[in-house]
Design a protein around this ligand. Structure first.
Ligand SMILES: [Zn+2]
Length: 147
């Protein structure tokens, strides 16, 4: 069963290697996906930059020429950011309300910028980490193979 699946995958890779995987035959020392993700570096070599601006990706790595076309984090980073930043901000708001009960403008002045800054920073980190994990685990959308 597993051999059939491997043979199927291999024959599929022979037909369209770029569409099935990122066709990684280059040898690089493994990098920590969390470290390179937070630094916004290439998931293969850890040297080149992954991002072109705040959240958009460069087309390929300037150091090792890895094509970033495989990278598709989808909605994953947004989900983590909503859950984690939401927990931090709402937890802080509740704690402040229970302990100090300040006027409403204090919440706006404190938590509106905090929410925006935390969201943008952690969105970049999460996207970098998820793309590095996607590269490391060779994750891609499911495919149906028909003979
Ligand atoms: Zn690279």
């Amino acid at each position: 069963m597993a051999a059939d699946r491997d043979r199927t995958l291999t024959s599929e890779q022979d037909k369209t290697p770029d569409k099935i995987s990122h066709d990684d035959s280059a040898l690089f020392a493994p990098v920590d996906p969390f470290k390179v993700g937070i630094q916004g570096c290439c998931p293969r070599c850890g040297q080149g930059k992954l991002f072109d601006g705040l959240l958009s990706l460069k087309p390929r790595c300037a150091a090792c020429d890895l094509d970033y076309a495989f990278a598709d984090a989808g909605d994953g980073p947004a989900v983590f950011v909503i859950l984690i930043v939401g927990f931090i901000v709402i937890g802080s708001v509740l704690w402040m309300q229970i302990n100090y009960a300040p006027p409403i403008w204090v919440y706006i002045v404190l938590f509106a910028p905090l929410t925006i800054i935390l969201s943008l920073l952690s969105l970049r980190w999460c996207k970098g980490i998820l793309i590095a994990l996607q590269y490391r685990n060779n994750a891609a959308e499911g495919r149906v193979h028909r003979d």
